[in-house]
Write a protein that binds this ligand. Structure first.
Ligand code: GLA
Ligand code: ZN
Length: 669
């Protein structure tokens, strides 16, 4: 087995059970029964690996890796830096993070160190290189798992200590060279905030400067730079002795850390997915969010990723924690695979007896063994992955549509004061993504630096900040035949958060002139009439003028009644749409359906999908069509051509039935 196979397994913490050899023996027996082929070891093992400074105990780990390997189970080996032993924090308090309120962390919890700290880096290098020396060529080890969820998860991971501030100033000097340039970029003459010495610059803190948007934006970039630097530091440490590929597990849409930057230093993207299934009866919003996150992970490298953690049953950290209903475990696991995951891994294998996560779902619980519904469903997932491994692992989704999600835009648009206080970039992005999900069309989730050439449609909702060269790239994309959709509150500022003057950077491509943006109170809300039907308009309405663009619909109310609400401009061989106002999901679905038709994009079943059902395609020698039903009820798709069920070989024609929470994999007949 190697990374060209689908992995099935998860976090395994045998160090919590070293005094119970019978438990460890039982683990291996049950792993085999559960079709587990891989575990992640060592994530939080620092205090067992190095119980005292400079004293290393790796024998237990070697025994376990060997024993697992002897039983056909491979290892993803983690560096243990995500939480620190008490001897370390006691001896080197300078390692502890300082929060934005100026308080220094006390020892405890995890992810609580300063990413800049030289001492932390020194200690990480020692333990990492020792581990690499010991296991960096071991035939059982597939992959290095660097630290764990960098920046997470009690706080935002940023540190405001003196060491970080010194480093921040150096980073700024490197970027701007002169204070004049920095003052210009941050517009510091406003409120008399000109800096005359680099020493005067401080990280944004609530009782200090947090209203200079340029500073905030650069601070966000710096935090990503530091965390990425820490990750690279660890990668270099294991590289001293080992050439195994590396990954680090990402979280969801985690604002403090720009994953489009971080992913560049790892070989494989992996992430931890904990959707809030069964929050409501309608699972679609959660399914959409999860699909978007999976798609983003795949889109970073345009390659399969790894689902590093998920729960086989429930989690324990939300206000209420529903257990996965029957079949949801198979469906959510296959959803990850459908979007490009080459693994289904769990947190965790066995529930610990004490501390914070003792009630977090695991494959094995406290009282039972293989005699549980969870265990059975895990076994079934493992069986299905093993059978389909060869077919699936070499394939990948190759969408023709991209929706832009960009961290820098996220930071800037939500930091801006005006036109509304609570712009929610993720939510808006998800609404645009959802229209494609409902239509059964795969989407790449890319950032502004990505290439656009391979797409037919690119959507960029609330694209407030424009990175250098972005406008030129979009212009080329449209000129060459692409269809570009953007919205109100786009093209407002440059990379320093300075407003563009004179015109929108894409004025010629969009064929419009922006005038002002209205954030009407509820009693002043607008509406449009599109193809004979009225649709409500949300909280933002831009007043724009069509120059070369044609007007597809206009506002129905207020002083801007009759002015364009949606425009289309033909430019070169393509076209560009401008949605001047915020619209609801119903209208967006209709609007995007038209765009897909225009670009001849239909889902592989070429049929209307029932609510809650979607399709993803992993392309390869044989395309695999993952049909997913997120309804807890049967769904039927009519008028379908001939297909073969890839799991069972059954031939299907005319109609396809999906049982509640079912995912079927189809291949063309
Ligand atoms: C994260 C962490 C794990 C565990 C799970 C619990 O993903 O990486 O160590 O805490 O959350 O949901
Ligand atoms: Zn620090």
């Amino acid at each position: 087995m190697n990374l060209a196979n689908l992995l099935h397994g998860g976090d395994y913490n045998p160090e919590q059970w070293l005094d119970c050899p019978e438990v460890l023996q039982e683990d291996i027996e049950l792993m085999k029964k559960g079709n587990i082929n891989c575990v992640t070891l060592g994530v939080f093992s620092w205090s067992v690996l190095e119980p005292e400074e400079g004293c290393f105990c790796f024998d237990w780990l070697r025994d376990i890796i060997d024993e697992l390997y002897g039983n056909g189970i491979f290892t993803v080996l983690a560096t243990p830096t995500a939480s620190m032993p008490h001897w370390m924090t006691a001896k080197y308090p300078e390692i502890m993070q300082v929060h934005a309120d100026g308080k220094k962390n006390l020892p405890g919890k995890r992810h609580n160190f300063c990413y800049t700290s030289k001492k932390m880096r020194e200690k990480a290098r020692i333990i990492d290189s020792k581990l690499a020396e010991a296991f960096g060529k071991h035939p059982a080890v597939l992959l290095w798992h660097i630290s764990n969820e960098l920046g997470g998860n009690f706080g935002d991971g940023s540190c405001h200590c003196e060491e970080c501030n010194l480093e921040f100033r150096l980073w700024l000097q490197e970027k701007y060279r002169t204070l004049d340039r920095l003052n210009q970029a941050w517009w510091t003459t406003f409120w008399s905030h000109r800096y005359t010495d680099w020493e005067q610059i401080h990280s944004p803190m609530p009782n200090g400067e947090i209203l200079t948007h340029g500073l905030n934006l650069d601070w966000h970039r710096f935090v990503t730079h530091q965390m990425t630097g820490f990750c690279k530091w660890e990668i270099d440490s294991v590289r001293e002795y080992s050439s195994f590929p590396v990954t680090t597990n990402f979280m969801y849409f985690f604002k403090p850390l720009n994953y489009y930057e971080l992913h560049r230093c790892v070989d494989i993207v992996s992430w931890d997915s904990y959707p809030f299934w069964h929050k409501r009866k309608d699972e679609v919003p959660v399914a959409v969010k999860t699909a978007a996150a999976h798609s983003m992970m795949r889109s970073m490298k345009k390659a399969p990723f790894l689902l590093m953690e998920s729960t086989p049953s429930c989690i324990n950290w939300r206000a209420f924690n529903p257990v996965k209903r029957p079949h949801m475990h198979m469906l959510s696991s296959m959803q990850a695979v459908a979007h490009g995951s080459n693994s289904v891994q769990y947190f965790q294998w066995r529930k610990g007896r004490g501390a914070f996560e003792k009630f977090h779902g695991a494959v094995l619980d406290h009282k039972n063994k293989e005699n549980t519904r969870t265990f059975l469903e895990v076994t079934q997932v493992g069986e299905r992955l093993a059978k389909m491994s060869e077919k699936i692992a070499a394939t990948c989704n190759r969408p023709k549509v991209a929706v832009i999600f960009d961290w820098e835009n996220w930071w800037a648009v939500e930091d801006a004061t005006g036109p509304i206080i609570d712009i929610d970039y993720v939510k808006t992005f998800l609404m645009h993504f959802r229209s494609f999900w409902e239509a059964g069309i795969d989407v790449d989730v890319i950032n502004m630096e990505d290439d656009l050439k391979e797409y037919r449609i690119v959507a960029a909702p609330v694209n407030y900040l424009y990175k250098e060269k972005y406008a030129q790239k979009v212009e080329d994309f449209v000129r060459n035949g692409g269809s570009y959709i953007t919205t109100y509150w786009s093209g407002v500022v440059n990379e320093s958060d300075l407003c563009f003057t004179e015109k929108h950077p894409l004025q010629e491509v969009l064929g419009i002139r922006q005038e002002e943006i209205d954030a009407p109170g509820e009693e002043f809300r607008n509406e449009i009439n599109y193809k004979g039907k009225a649709y409500p308009v949300g909280r933002l309405c831009e007043v724009v003028h069509a120059k070369t663009a044609e007007i597809l619909t206009v506002y129905e109310k207020e002083y801007y009644k009759g002015s364009p609400a949606i425009t289309r401009n033909y430019f070169g061989k393509g076209n560009a749409y401008y949605l001047a106002a915020e619209f609801g999901q119903e209208f967006l679905n209709l609007f995007y359906k038209e765009r897909m038709l225009e670009k001849e994009l239909v889902n592989p079943l070429a049929s209307e999908l029932p609510y809650g059902v979607t399709v993803s395609v992993r392309e390869g020698e044989e395309n695999l069509v993952f049909l997913q039903n997120f309804n807890d009820a049967e769904a039927v798709i009519h008028d379908v051509e001939a297909w073969v069920d890839a799991d069972t070989g059954e031939q299907i024609e005319g109609e396809i039935k999906l049982s509640p929470f079912e995912c079927r994999i189809l291949v063309e007949k």
